[in-house]
Design a protein around this ligand. Structure first.
Ligand code: 3PG
Ligand code: MG
Length: 399
């Protein structure tokens, strides 16, 4: 990856620093239900404040589609943000124009200002040059600390980065560093675990990974499509029958690239899709016509554990089974615990990302043991697909 600059490369004292953060946190009414993203950006904001910058936060919230919508105002997260930062945060009712400019003009070194939702303006998602200019007017330099929004070529993530001297914030830096160690220059053998319901949503990702990893462990509903492609009878299991040829192509590509594909050899099956449904363990080629695979079985767990024992690096996206329903979370939990133990012993570098994955690792109680957990959903997936993220590319462009 081309080099990008960080907060180590700039003197921010007294400067107006525009910082793109991702404050798109889940809410239940007025309450933030998961503050991971707030905690992720705190080091950058606190460091800037402590160094005497005038910190101006740019962020989106929800998808208001270019119109002001009070139900998607960033004002709602202000209390949680102040609590996480342990610092007062000023608020401006708009992210451009008079309201924003007046609020910025009042800042003194060490102050932090949050600007209203950038997506209240149509120019944000269109990456409109005039809107990017209006944002750029507010700052002397730009810092991007929102990896999880870097797959969007929007004015606040991409356009403005090309107009001001641009730097990666600490969270962006940590994310890029972890992702680089996981896939761009990993210690080998490197293993990927890819789970989730559907092959169709992860075709590009699988195609990229088979070229880059030594072993690809496939789990979740998508494993069924691969099993069916190999002729297994999988009963009523979730399966994308129209993708059997595609699955065979991926297996062939993996063979050419020297990537071992690891599929479940046994599964926990049930006749009903519900928590605590009556269930049994069978070989994946002996599933009854009225049964469906809802998790991997003990032999598969053992097999994945062996693969991890021989690995140095693990990239994980997607759960193994229907992990939100007990007991079909057992496969995901067992493998997560194994990966966490190897990480604690210093034998494995573990990087995970994607919404369901993080929820599953949290449920398994191992999230803190992983080397790195990405705050990103879509951006993490696009990175796994090998795509260039516009927000990251703009940081490495020379100005
Ligand atoms: C996210 O929540 O994944 C990011 O904030 C990006 O949001 P978006 O998918 O609405 O662009
Ligand atoms: Mg989203």
């Amino acid at each position: 990856m081309a080099a990008y600059k960080t907060l180590d490369d700039v003197n921010v004292a007294g400067k107006r620093v525009l910082v793109r953060v991702d404050l798109n946190v889940p809410m239940d009414g007025a309450r933030v239900t998961d503050d991971t993203r707030l905690r992720a950006v705190a080091p950058t904001i606190n460091e800037l404040a402590q160094k005497g910058a005038k910190t101006i936060l740019l962020a989106h919230f929800g998808r208001p589609k270019g119109k002001r919508d009070e139900s998607q105002s960033l004002k709602a997260i202000l209390p949680a943000l102040e609590q996480t930062l342990k610092q007062d945060v000023h608020f401006a009712d708009d992210c451009v124009g008079e309201a924003a400019e007046a609020a910025v003009a009042k800042l003194t070194p060490g102050d932090v200002l949050l600007l209203e939702n950038t997506r209240f303006h149509a120019g944000e998602e269109k990456n409109d040059p005039a809107f990017a200019e209006a944002l750029a007017r507010l700052g002397d330099i730009y810092v991007d600390d929102a990896f999880s929004a870097a797959h969007r070529a929007h004015a606040s993530t991409e356009g403005v980065a090309r107009l001001l001297p641009a730097y990666a914030g600490r969270s962006m830096q940590a994310e890029l560093d972890a992702l680089d160690k996981a896939l761009s220059s990993p210690e080998r053998p490197v293993v990927a675990i890819v789970g989730g319901a559907k092959v169709s949503t992860k075709l590009d990702l699988l195609g990229n990974l088979v070229k880059r990893v030594d072993a690809l462990v496939i789990g979740g509903g998508m494993a069924n499509t691969f099993l069916a492609a190999q002729g297994a009878e999988i009963g009523k299991s979730l399966c994308e029958r129209d993708l059997l040829d595609t699955a065979r192509e991926i297996i062939a590509k993996a063979g050419e690239a020297g990537c071992e594909i690891v599929l479940p050899v046994d599964g926990r099956v049930a006749k009903e899709f519900r928590a605590h449904a009556e269930n049994r363990v069978v070989a994946t080629d002996h599933v009854g016509a009225d049964e469906m695979i809802l998790d991997i079985g003990p032999k598969s767990i053992e097999r994945v554990a062996q693969v991890l024992d021989g690995a140095k690096t693990l990239v994980w996206n997607g759960p193994f089974g229907a992990f939100e329903m007990q007991p079909f979370d057992e496969g995901t939990v067992a493998v997560a615990k194994k990966a966490a133990a190897l990480t604690r012993e210093g034998r494995l570098l573990t990087v995970a990302g994607g919404g369901d994955t993080v929820a599953a690792l949290n449920a398994a109680g191992v999230a803190d043991d992983f080397s790195y957990i990405s705050t990103a959903g879509g951006a993490f997936l696009e990175w796994l697909e090998g795509k260039e993220l516009p927000g990251v590319a703009a940081l490495t462009a020379t100005k």
